[in-house]
Design a protein around this ligand. Structure first.
Ligand code: PA5
Length: 467
């Protein structure tokens, strides 16, 4: 059986960081009492079909369709994802986690095409890319991903690429080089895909963007780039058993959610995720969206105004030791820290010998670089604990597709349990929707004239305040 990722939570207890900031045995028992019915509720919601993301790792039909689409890409040299938010962050994080750092640059290090993910609409960035790719379009697959099909960023990128493809390769080329991932039945992108007879994949009904990484949204780019998606899904299925466990003390998602909820209610409103592993750095970005969009809500389930939600913060060890840790240790004790630690990096890299003129560096010589990285994690954690800062650690034996599948599933279910503890709707994002509609209004879309009028006063700068 492959190694499990594990959550270590001793370093949030009062025994370690003291009674003022640590969780006592009694408080932990209270958290267990409060959370146990919520585990049951979340399990029941899953049975009632209210959280279809829970079943994604079991969807063999999607898996087969994704593999078939991936086979269509076997000769391409470049794979371009157009998407944003939940339609991009999972793709980016799996690529960073599971493929080598020089994947795009060094052909010898990759098992698939180069991968580019565009999750912004910066004209300088995209123009630079277009200058490079425009004579390689016949060897390029564009995967446009939008569940709603109406997101302005993705739509505009797609329209630019579509025009370029039609100009360079004609309608047949456009059809051959584009794969659309969108709603199975409705939306603008579905209409375009049907009309142009594009290869298409589905974002299942009821699965929100930030919970969709284990659907065709995240699986296709992963499979095309040589990531073992069978193992990824097996890891998620394995974690499903653990996070469905009704015994609070055996369920890492429940403990994680309860600890985070406890600290939020006790003035620690920031939640820092700090991997000590470059490959895991973009998972913090994925987590940031999952946590922020799911838990940041103005109303509770009864409609009361609560304006609740912990602020997820990403950091990277050791890089941010030299940027953030001063604040984390000596600034306000208003955050909880989740480190990600890896035992085996899959590579040994001994540090070279010190020159005679610098014998003070001799202590490093011959030691493995991973030992230094993990020593720095422990040293930072030790220093934080001295300052009574609560620290969790997710331990990875190795960064494998199986472990990443476990991690993704564990944090998704943690989010569901946390959302239920906060008594909010975890799965909507009304505030994001308003911004999308305001963009339509500013860009002159029909039907949004009234909103355009409301925004009008904000579109002009008041010189009095411009210095
Ligand atoms: O989690 C979410 O629902 C959002 O972040 C969406 O993924 C994001 O806004 C992109 O939406 P769409 O896939 O509809 O283009």
């Amino acid at each position: 059986m492959p190694e499990q990722i594990k959550l270590y939570y001793k370093n949030v207890t009062a025994d370690v960081i003291g009674a003022e900031h640590g969780i006592s045995d009694d408080q932990l028992k209270e958290l267990a009492q409060k959370t146990t019915p919520i585990i049951n509720l979340v399990n029941q919601e899953r049975k009632d079909g209210k959280t279809p993301y829970r079943d994604l790792p079991y969807n063999d039909q999607t898996l087969e369709k994704v593999k078939a689409a991936a086979r269509l890409c076997k000769d391409c040299e470049n794979f371009v994802v157009l998407g944003i938010g939940g339609s991009a962050l999972g793709n980016i994080s799996m690529q960073t986690a599971l493929n080598p750092y020089m994947y795009n640059i060094d052909q010898a290090q990759r098992k698939g095409p180069r991968l580019f993910v565009f999750d912004n609409v910066d004209p300088a960035q995209l123009s630079s890319f277009l200058d490079w790719i425009s004579d390689k379009l016949d060897k390029t697959i564009i995967n446009v991903i939008s569940k709603s099909g109406r997101t302005a960023e993705t739509a505009s990128q797609f329209l630019i690429l579509r025009e370029l493809l039609l100009e360079k390769l004609g309608p047949e080329g456009f059809k051959n080089q584009v794969i659309a991932t969108t709603d199975p039945a409705q939306g603008t992108l579905r209409t375009i895909a049907n009309e142009a007879n594009l290869t298409s994949l589905e974002v299942p009904d009821g699965v929100g963007g930030r919970f969709s990484v284990l659907s065709a949204v995240g699986l296709l780019s992963a499979a095309v780039c040589g990531i073992d998606i069978d193992d990824l899904l097996a890891g998620a299925r394995d974690m499903d058993k653990t996070v469905s466990e009704t015994d609070f003390f055996k369920n890492p998602a429940a403990i994680n959610a309860a600890i985070n909820w406890h600290y939020y209610n006790n003035g620690k409103r920031g939640s820092v995720m700090m991997p000590y592993c470059y490959a895991l750095k973009d998972l913090s970005d994925w987590y940031r969206q999952l946590w922020a969009e799911s838990l940041g809500k103005s109303k509770d389930l009864q409609g009361n105004i609560v304006n609740v939600g912990p602020t997820p913060i990403k950091a990277l060890g050791t890089t941010d030791q030299h940027s953030q840790v001063q604040l984390y240790r000596e600034g306000p004790n208003d955050k909880i820290y989740t480190f990600l630690q890896v035992n085996d990096f899959g590579k040994k890299l001994p540090i070279g010998s010190a020159p005679e003129s610098a014998p003070e560096l001799g202590y490093l010589s011959g030691q493995d670089l991973s030992k230094l990285l993990n020593a720095e994690k422990l040293a930072t954690e030790y220093a934080m604990l001295k300052d009574e800062r609560p620290c969790l650690t997710v331990h990875f034996d190795k960064v494998t597709p199986y472990a990443i599948g476990q991690f993704i599933y564990m944090f998704e279910v943690t989010t569901s349990i946390a959302g239920a503890l906060f008594n909010i709707n975890t799965y909507d994002q009304p505030a994001v929707e308003l911004g999308k509609e305001a963009t339509f209004a500013l860009m002159g879309r029909e039907g949004f004239e009234q909103m355009a009028q409301q925004i009008e006063p904000f579109t002009k700068l008041d010189d009095k305040f411009l210095i």
